[in-house]
Unconditional design. Structure first.
Length: 505
């Protein structure tokens, strides 16, 4: 039996529970339908076949979940860190035990290829282990002395928090946002993306089987403008961790203004990969190709603008085009597939519209540019490379969020930096050069929250993650996550019987 056929059979077994029971909300330790009983259909971008009826939560469901999180907060915030650590490790164990089920479900729900999703499931477990081990230090602070006074800081969990996640790699991103919140002692209301809601229901189920008390983690499915909006407006929710589009971030900021919430925003990107002629060009081409065509290009840190020194532009873009043409597009459960179908027909149309934009703007389509031959159904797009582009074109400025790369030549370092920074976004930057001094100089001037030098995006979990400009506000990763989910309190002790001002005495 072929691997694909075998995988499809397994996937059908894993998906049967969703066909039978749909995707429910999860409140106070129990699965439940939306309060008004309504549902929406989730379908697979592979063939648009329905996967599940999903609870269509609204403001009333969010209110129920937020009240549940508020009640659970009193106890959970006081649970000893060693106990929180144990529970978080058990959640990680549960993820590892069900890694295949999670990966297969994610592939069919999102269209992402199995070769990446099996790693994403395990990375989800790693996120829980990492923050489990940090739970004990979440409350730590500093002592600051001055004459007559000792200041001691401590951190306390901020309260119930709302987590709103996107559809591109929903399982991994949910673990990345929720694990530190729980480790800090916060309770959570999670609103997963409506395009890919399946694995969020597996995740909250695993957490409760691992012994997480009822109400500590509630999940409400629904639409952004409805359930998502209600979450951002709810007075019991003290902070919003949001991953999604920049314009949704702006909306959330407005919606949450009346309740004065704290935000962490991880938004869109149009990230430059800058290749100088002195770089190891083979490795640079591999990394550029990996960062734009892995995860279907539906990746916030994708290297979607390729800036190449003019002297090697033709040679380098030809090497990238050759690789792009060899990439296998196909069913996400085929182990050989690199690029699967994009998440949804609406997104497919958006990505395909940029093929026309590129032609109208006068760029050359050096690879791809359409639907792959033979894949007539599903949201499949060829790995695409636009060359002869300039930085002011829409294909160079707008986040396409698909397997589509725009290559622009530059004359020298000054121009390279200008082009790299001449964009609204500022999430990630990639730099390829053998000149150490230039690498230090250039990387410090790139307007990006994260810069990788002579590397693709590889994550070190204690390092900060986040963007500047339209790519986000705030950082998470390591201790930065605790800073977001916790309030810092300063307690000042008098160390002498100093003179207290006497008024009216
Ligand atoms: P999106 O902004 O459309 O939706 C994200 C989430 O927000 C969904 O759960 C949605 O239901 C919800 N939402 C929508 N409107 C809302 C509202 N008014 N109030 C509250 N919630 C609302 O994003 P998407 O299309 O799902 O995801 C793709 C985007 O996410 C891309 O721009 C990508 O760059 C970005 N992203 C960023 C990072 C990062 O770390 N910076 C990571 C992954 C994805």
């Amino acid at each position: 039996m072929s691997d694909l056929k075998n995988n499809l059979e397994k996937a059908q077994r894993y998906l049967q529970r969703f066909k039978d029971k749909g995707v429910q909300n999860f409140v106070s330790g129990e699965s439940r339908p939306a309060l008004d009983g309504t549902t929406f259909e989730s379908s697979s971008p592979v063939d648009m076949a329905p996967l599940a009826d999903v609870a269509l939560g609204k403001a009333a469901d969010i209110d129920l979940a937020a009240r549940s999180s508020r009640e659970a907060f009193t106890e959970w915030s006081q649970v000893d860190a060693t106990e929180r650590k144990k529970i978080l490790h058990r959640i990680a164990d549960g993820i590892v035990d069900r890694a295949e089920e999670i990966a297969f479900t994610e592939c069919l729900d999102t269209g992402q290829a199995l070769r990446f999703m099996s790693k994403a499931a395990l990375r989800g477990a790693e996120n829980f282990r990492f923050f489990a081990d940090k739970a004990a230090e979440a409350r730590d602070g500093k002592s600051l002395f001055c004459p007559g006074q000792m200041n001691v800081t401590c951190r306390v969990p901020i309260g119930p928090v709302g987590i709103i996640t996107p559809w591109n790699t929903p399982f991994m991103l949910s673990t990345w946002k929720i694990a530190p919140a729980l480790a800090a002692g916060c309770t959570v209301v999670h609103k997963p993306a409506e395009f890919s809601p399946l694995t969020a229901s597996l995740l909250v189920e695993i957490a409760h089987e691992a012994g997480l008390p009822p109400g500590v983690w509630n999940t409400i499915n629904g639409l952004g403008e409805d359930a998502g909006k209600a979450l951002t407006e709810h007075p019991d929710i003290k902070a919003i961790g949001f991953v999604g589009e920049s314009r949704t971030g702006s909306m959330i900021m407005r919606q949450a203004a009346d309740t004065l919430k704290r935000f962490h925003f991880e938004l869109g990107g149009k990230n430059p990969v800058v290749v100088f002629a002195d770089a190891d060009l083979e490795r640079a081409a591999d990394a550029a190709v990996f960062m734009i065509y892995s995860l279907n290009g539906e990746r916030c840190t994708s290297s979607s603008r390729l800036l190449v020194e003019a002297s090697i532009y033709e040679e380098f873009t030809a090497a990238v085009a050759a690789r792009a043409k060899r990439i296998k597009v196909g069913h996400p459960l085929d182990p050989d597939t690199v690029v699967g179908p994009l998440i949804h027909p609406e997104h497919f149309d958006k990505v395909m519209s940029y093929m026309d934009v590129a032609r109208q703007e006068g760029a050359t389509i050096a690879a791809g540019g359409g639907r792959p031959e033979g894949l007539t159904r599903g949201c499949y797009v060829e790995p695409t490379l636009f060359t002869n582009a300039s930085n002011d074109m829409r294909i160079s400025q707008e986040e396409i969020f698909g397997p589509v790369l725009t290559a622009i030549p530059f004359a020298d370092e000054v121009e390279a930096l200008k082009l790299a920074n001449d964009v609204n976004y500022g999430l990630a930057g990639y730099l390829w050069t053998a000149d150490v001094t230039r690498a230090m100089r250039f990387s410090q001037s790139m307007e990006a929250g994260m810069v990788w030098v002579n590397s693709e995006n590889t994550r070190h979990l204690p390092a900060p993650f986040g963007g500047m400009k339209a790519s986000g506000i705030g950082r998470d990763g390591g201790d930065w996550s605790f800073d977001f989910y916790m309030e810092t309190r300063n307690i000042a002790f008098a160390t002498t019987n100093h003179k207290v001002p006497k008024l009216g005495g």
